[in-house]
Write a protein that binds this ligand. Structure first.
Ligand SMILES: Cc1cc2nc3c(=O)[nH]c(=O)nc-3n(C[C@H](O)[C@H](O)[C@H](O)COP(=O)(O)OP(=O)(O)OC[C@H]3O[C@@H](n4cnc5c(N)ncnc54)[C@H](O)[C@@H]3O)c2cc1C
Length: 495
């Protein structure tokens, strides 16, 4: 049976500890800070359970034969990869790309790890077996996982192992049951929406930092896991009309504090191994697959924002002005570049054993360029919009006051829509790019996979430099110093 929204909702009714505005949240699935985003996630599962979308969204688990989300599918060829991408794309369209850590994100990372299980096996048979079993368990229960793989910001001039005690989640004890971890990780997006959290580190560690070098997964309701939520944008969203995105897709971010949390061995995949901390992401296809998912989602978001930009131009009657056409043409080219990079990473992908992997060079190019592109793209929308983003009624309630409604209809006009249509569009645009939610999205797109400096490092390491160097070397081999001219022997001048 495919997991549907009702089943997902039921799976979230647990005793997880979320702290918000000075209080421990009682039931987050009904709390005004989270309930609409919880519903949005449920609607993703309803979409996949709809018989009309079953083929698009799901495949049969090789173990149980039940339908599960295609994010868990391990592509064996290009056709599989594209089939899987269509599912991810369809899911992303339901939030216009605004759910960054939808369930397919960490599922993609884990699928990548599974495809590189040989790397785990060479290092530690016990950890590899635990990860294999966990992958099957998560896939066959179609679990929603999130992850925390970054250490909390503190003093960046010091190495992770030199930070204050209790800051970074680390192994503080172990026994026959498993390990005990204590300390924090940032920045658990979707912890209010997911079932379980994968805890590890993606930042490089040094020998001597073994206590920080672990990978594990636990239910978010595990005793001792405390979620220190940032401000809820959903809570301050007045209405869907005023905040169509933040009222529904505020996926939340939280510092996760692990207070003496016990994790059984069958949930510990890497144990005190600094080398494997890096290899789990980069020697397996995990990092490629998780970021490939990001680029698929990003493409959807860019298409959406491009549509918003064009509607704004139409609504303000500027669509035929040559400078506006130029701006829109530039934006369309930028979206097309991202679409092209996703297609390129697919068609130039390669086999890794029985699995098909997107091309890392193209992937990291996309990572670098999209982090830079997003702020620029928002700037273009602002440029097209002018004061229209701000020239909107205070809230939807203004429409129910007769005098205000009359004034709104006189002052919010457009050649292509009525006053409600105009206000609705500009409220949507502001929510996407200018609201607190929109601003968080800007930060997200710039940092979700590390800073641009980190992405540029991946791009540097994954580029086929030899091809470039060969062209240079061959070209330079074609010429040299001019041949030495024979010295003219000067005849002595005899008078
Ligand atoms: C909205 C949002 C959601 C997130 N969700 C998740 C999540 O679900 N799970 C998760 O694990 N993480 C998540 N993250 C965390 C994210 O992965 C990190 O923010 C990211 O890896 C960057 O690390 P940092 O924040 O420590 O920034 P830094 O690495 O500190 O970068 C900030 C800036 O500091 C400077 N800098 C830092 N180090 C150096 C250096 N060595 N040399 C030169 N300059 C340097 C650069 O100017 C850089 O741009 C999220 C982040 C955001 C913003």
């Amino acid at each position: 049976m495919v997991k549907d929204g009702k089943q997902h909702l039921a799976s979230l009714k647990d005793k997880r500890e979320i702290f918000l505005d000075g209080e421990l949240v009682k039931n987050h699935t009904t709390h005004s800070a989270f309930k609409e985003s919880v519903k949005s996630i449920a609607s993703l599962y309803d979409f996949q359970a709809n018989p009309k979308h079953q083929e698009l969204m799901t495949f049969k688990s090789p173990t149980t034969g039940a339908n599960v989300n295609r994010a868990w599918q391990l592509p064996k060829n290009l056709a599989d990869l594209i089939t899987r991408r269509r599912a991810l794309e369809a899911w992303s369209e339901l939030s216009c790309g605004f759910l960054g850590r939808s369930p397919d994100h960490v599922a993609s990372a884990l699928s990548g790890m599974y495809m590189g299980m040989d790397v785990f096996r060479q290092s530690d048979e016990r950890g590899a077996n635990a990860l294999t079993d966990y992958f099957h368990y998560a896939r066959d229960n179609d679990l929603y996982l999130t992850y925390v793989i970054i250490n909390p910001q503190a003093d960046k001039s010091k190495a992770a192992g030199d930070q204050a005690q209790n800051l970074i989640a680390s192994i503080v004890d172990e026994d026959a049951y498993g390990i005990t971890i204590h300390g924090a990780k940032m920045l658990g997006t979707g912890c209010t929406l997911a079932n379980e959290v994968f805890i590890s580190c993606i930042q490089p560690l040094r020998p001597g930092e073994e206590n920080l070098a672990f990978s594990a997964a636990i239910p978010l309701a595990t005793k001792g896991v405390k979620m220190l939520s940032r401000k809820s944008y959903e809570l301050s969203s007045v209405s869907t009309f005023d905040n169509p995105l933040s009222s529904r897709f505020d996926e939340n971010d939280a510092v996760l504090y692990f207070d003496q949390v016990k994790i059984p061995w069958d949930r510990v995949f890497i144990h005190k191994n600094v080398q494997m901390i890096s290899s789990q992401w980069h020697a397996t296809p995990a990092h490629v697959y998780q970021n490939y998912q990001c680029q698929i989602r990003f493409t959807v978001k860019m298409r959406f924002l491009l549509g918003v930009a064009r509607r704004i131009a139409e609504t303000n009657g500027i669509i035929d002005f040559p400078p506006v056409v130029e701006i829109l043409g530039q934006m369309a080219a930028e979206v097309s570049m991202v679409e092209g990079l996703v297609e390129a990473m697919e068609v130039s992908g390669s086999q890794r054993g029985e699995y098909f992997i997107p091309n890392p060079t193209r992937l990291y190019a996309a990572n670098v360029l999209t982090q830079q592109l997003y702020p620029k793209f928002l700037q273009s929308i602002r440029e097209l919009s002018g004061g229209g983003l701000i020239m909107v009624p205070s809230s939807v309630n203004d429409f129910s006051n007769a005098e205000m409604a009359n004034l709104i209809s006189q002052t919010q006009t457009s050649p292509v829509t009525n006053s409600t249509g105009r206000v609705k569009l500009f409220k949507l645009a502001w929510d996407a790019i200018g609201s607190e939610f929109g601003s968080r999205h800007l930060q997200y797109e710039m940092f979700y996979s590390g800073s641009n400096m980190v992405s540029r490092g991946h791009s540097y390491r994954n580029y086929n430099w030899q091809r470039s160097l060969d062209i240079v070397d061959q070209f330079m081999a074609g010429y040299g110093l001019p041949e030495k001219k024979k010295n003219k022997i000067l005849e002595p001048v005899i008078d």
